[in-house]
Design a protein around this ligand. Structure first.
Ligand code: K1U
Ligand code: ZN
Length: 176
């Protein structure tokens, strides 16, 4: 097995985070390798999810693991070409964060449960219902594939304040 590589995570604002990502069409070794690198990058961050555009690949792929927090047993998932096929009427509010918007958190309301279909790295189809934090996370990550960030759900003034903080952070990082 090859060594896994940590990928640099893009920080908002970045035009690559606003793109509508293209479907994955080639299910090859390179895709499986990229998925492993994304999982490694997510665990290292640390985070509970990561979408391909956050590491500069404009393709419809995400990884997540919301189990680690609960009982310590990892449950890594790789979702290629994910699509929400059902959303519950019931909604849930969760204080979301984003690895592309470090240090900023805000409450976002979303459907409490969703059913999602996707392909694995070999192209095999899957469909499953997600609840609680898994549902929040999968919706947050699918939003990334459509160029949507959690701050897009906030009032314009709050969004602008967070964007300015991130611009400052990027300027400081560039100076180092
Ligand atoms: O997409 C991302 O940037 C990852 C993001 C996922 C997410 C978090 C919260 C709600 C919805 C989606 C994160 O993982 S931010 C970091 C985080 O939430 C976390 C980090 C360490 C332990 C537990 C959570
Ligand atoms: Zn995010």
């Amino acid at each position: 097995m090859q060594d896994m590589t940590l990928k640099p995570i893009l920080i908002h604002p970045d035009p690559r985070l606003k793109k509508h990502c293209d479907p994955v069409t080639e299910f090859d070794k390179e895709l499986a390798r990229f998925a492993d690198d994304m999982l490694e990058t997510m665990y290292d961050a640390p985070g509970i999810g990561l979408a391909a555009p956050q590491v500069g690949l404009i393709k419809r792929m995400l990884v997540m693991d919301c189990a680690k927090e609960a009982d310590g047993t990892p449950e890594p998932m790789v979702l290629v070409n994910p699509e929400v096929t059902w959303k519950s009427e019931e909604r849930n509010v969760y204080e979301e964060g984003c690895l592309s918007i470090p240090g900023q958190y805000a409450e976002v309301e979303r459907p409490k449960m969703v059913r999602v279909k996707w392909q694995d790295v070999e192209g095999k189809p899957h469909e499953q219902e997600f609840d609680a934090l898994w549902a929040t996370c999968v919706q947050h990550e699918i939003d990334h594939l459509d160029g949507v960030l959690f701050i897009d759900y906030l009032k314009p003034l709050k969004r602008q304040m967070i964007t300015r903080k991130m611009q400052k952070l990027k300027r400081e990082k560039a100076r180092l």
